[in-house]
Design a protein around this ligand. Structure first.
Ligand code: SF4
Ligand code: FES
Length: 367
């Protein structure tokens, strides 16, 4: 039997004022003209709740780029979903946040790029972003909303992991996610400038364990480990088509955000099908659900029901085959290649980022 999904990632828009080099959104973004209306999202939320979804993550791009965000939050709340807004804070002030709170917003997940404004703004490609984020975080807690701080970790900020946790504590967050960059979408283009060294990763892991003990009763620390230095893969998305689904700004339903990098998958749209039809019957969700699609070494591995063979999109990116064992796994014949790629990129002298849609000269204004 196919279990019900618990979470829906609603990508309200691909528009975003920031230009983070680790962005996992695709190279080709969906335009404003194609975005689902608030009424269409309202229907999707009701279908999601009927299917068993408990939480909706309102994401982007930057969801605040949508003028009708209030209406969308209210619709999610009316559908009975727990609503989490994933935001950079740009485009939101205390007044607008208070309106979202009134409409039923439950939780805010705020991205921060680093602990110093100079480094954080350089990474985000947006001057003044860091100070605005700090002010926004204060508004979130003053309004009594639950706050999570999310920090994507890479070469430029990995030596600040402990300070990032301390920043989250000082902002009143109940949770902090220390998430190593995942190299999909735009991030893959910047892998050589983002990859930390193995020594940096090991030091950061120790620091997190120390600080976890110190702040045990203050904050929950979630850690997403860096794939390229791992020996076993993560259960990406908790297993394909098993726990959650994404809907893109134009209404395409995806098993994960990078699924369109896998050639030949057929994605259904919420314009043409209900969410239940998509979840239960659409070809893309069936493609790698469960374990029947697996080959050796996954097929006979004791871990196959735990990590589901790792990440299909990473297998596609690194092995050129979405049904291959994720090369992050040490049982994959390609595992050594992952270590070599990590070492090569970590020691490259590339430090300039490729920022989406911007020429390098635009960057000099930021740095
Ligand atoms: Fe997971 Fe496959 Fe590696 Fe086993 S062989 S640990 S199932 S990725
Ligand atoms: Fe697609 Fe991991 S990102 S399965």
């Amino acid at each position: 039997m196919i279990p019900a999904p618990l979470g829906l990632l609603a990508e309200l828009t691909h528009r975003c004022p920031l230009a983070c080099p680790y962005c996992s959104n695709p190279l080709e973004l969906e335009g404003r003209a194609a975005e689902l209306s608030a009424a269409a999202w309202s229907r999707v939320f009701r279908e999601a709740a009927a299917l068993g979804v408990l939480q909706v993550h309102l994401s982007g791009g930057e969801p605040a780029s949508r003028r009708d965000l209030d209406e969308i939050v209210s619709a999610a709340n009316d559908a009975g979903l727990y609503t989490n807004l994933i935001t950079s804070a740009i485009g939101l002030d205390a007044k607008r946040l208070a309106r979202l709170r009134m409409g039923g917003l439950d939780h805010v997940q705020l991205s921060v790029q680093d602990v110093t404004p100079a480094s954080a703004d350089r990474i985000a490609g947006y001057s003044g972003a860091h100070e605005r984020k700090l002010a926004f975080a204060r508004s979130v807690t003053e309004l009594g909303l639950a706050l999570t701080i999310n920090a994507v970790i890479h070469r430029a900020n990995i030596d600040s992991v402990a300070a990032l946790v301390e920043l989250a504590v000082s902002l009143g967050a109940g949770r902090v996610e220390i998430a190593h960059a995942q190299y999909y979408g735009w991030a893959l283009r910047n892998r050589d400038a983002l990859m930390p060294t193995r020594a940096q990763v090991e030091r950061a892991m120790h620091e997190i364990e120390d600080i976890r003990a110190r702040y045990l009763h203050h904050i929950v620390i979630d850690m997403v480990t860096p794939d390229y230095y791992a020996r076993r893969p993560k259960a990406c998305m908790g297993g394909w088509g098993r726990r959650s689904l994404n809907v893109t700004p134009s209404g395409r339903a995806l098993p994960c955000h990078a699924a369109p990098t896998i050639p030949g998958l057929e994605f259904w749209s919420v314009h043409d099908h209900t969410l239940a039809e998509i979840w239960l019957e659409s070809p893309a969700f069936q493609a790698f659900r469960g374990t029947a699609w697996m080959r050796e070494p996954c097929r006979s591995c004791a871990m196959r029901e735990k990590d589901f063979g790792g990440c299909r999109c990473q297998a596609m990116a690194l092995a050129g085959d979405p049904a291959a064992t994720d090369p992050v796994c040490e049982l994959s014949p390609l595992h050594a290649l992952v270590g070599e790629l990590a070492e090569r990129d970590a020691t490259s002298d590339v430090s300039d980022y490729a920022y989406r849609g911007r020429k390098p000269s635009r960057l000099e204004e930021v740095t």
